[in-house]
Design a protein. Sequence first.
Length: 471
Amino acid sequence: MLKLYNTLTKQIVEFAPINPPNVGMYICGPTVYDYFHIGNARTFIMADIIRRYLEYKKYNVTYVMNLTDIDDKIIKKSIEEKVPASKVAKKYSEAFFEDIKRLKIKPATFYPKATDNIDEILRMIKALVDNGAAYNVDGNVFYNVSSFKTYGKLSGKKIDELESGARVEVMEEKQNPLDFALWKKSKEGEPFWKSEWGNGRPGWHIECSAMSCKHLGETFDIHAGGNDLIFPHHENEIAQSEASNKKPFVKYWLHFGFLNINKEKMSKSLGNFFTAREVLAKYSAEAIRLFFSMAHYRGPVDFTAELLDAAEKGLEKLKNLHSTIDSAINKNKSGGTIPEFDFKVFENRFSEAMDDDFNSPQAVAVIFDFVKEVNRIIAEKENIHSDFYVNVKEFLANTAQNVLGIISFEEKVLKQDSLLENELIKLLIEIRLKAKLDKNFQLADEIRKKLETLGITLKDTKEGTDFIKRQ
């Protein structure tokens, strides 16, 4: 039974998805104005592990991560670099995808971008204006926080206390300092979209509400993000979504703890700010993932070179066993003995750890206990049947690889799959050639079109037909 801590209820509760075995999960992605930092990497990796574990539990996960590709920071960077904001967003979006691939983060089901969903954003803003939850002041549309009676239910903050402590805002047109922008009137030279309130662009909070509801429905299972987003971002998401849709927004809220560098808050001014790609230049993705897995997702993490070095050394035990498995798995297929070993005990211990609010530190301990016990058996026994190694590999593939992403058995399999794929493409090319010779041009064209949809482009030349596979 999987249990998790729900930030909304402040309790550890049993996980019961709205429409099992389907699970909708949304995570706040990057604002693409720069390379994302190692603190962001922790959030992305731990969310990835949670998603992977849900799939390990046989849930069908629709995983959505947004990209904020229009924002004050992007506009500022575009002015500094004297290039269009869209070019800044494109550059750092591409960098984001490069870096999460290197970090072994599984691709999301959807990566919606704010600029691709302006219509959905405008529809939600209009609904809020129409029902009195938002108001327009000279082209700027604000959400009226006082209209949402349960504002603060996620963060635990009270409106009265927030109002008394609020600074006087520069934007005097707001009715209340806590009110936040849904639509921002464009300034001269800024990117804009047309709306009934005038030319402008969306505020930060509204995009997540519009895009999560578009892909996951007006009520969905899990919303995740860093602790720093609880207030005001996630609090505002709840207010605007529930005021617009008149339904509960999210069932379970998951939040990831802060990351410090050598016991200090990460800050450019302190000179301890590191991007994920800077860390990847020194350490393997598996070591970074192992390091983060060794701390509970809700707690703080102290990021140090010494701890990362220790993670790299810890991985050696997995790599050595990996090598042993690869060399031994084909040796004794017909002979040898199968040692008595209860794989189920370790499988159950791994599941029990992860079922306890995704307790990855305990899950890591189970894996290394498993490695220690397997190594003991290998040292004591001679002539071990290959079936034993197959079972060892299966356990590690299911847990260390598929859930935690700290080891990979994929390289040889991928090469074999690639060879098989190439042979099948060549076979289809031969069938297409025969179809053309038989003047069955309809079949030949269907084969070409079908391969094109699969990312394979055929090139007919004098020497024959070749193909190109798009990445």
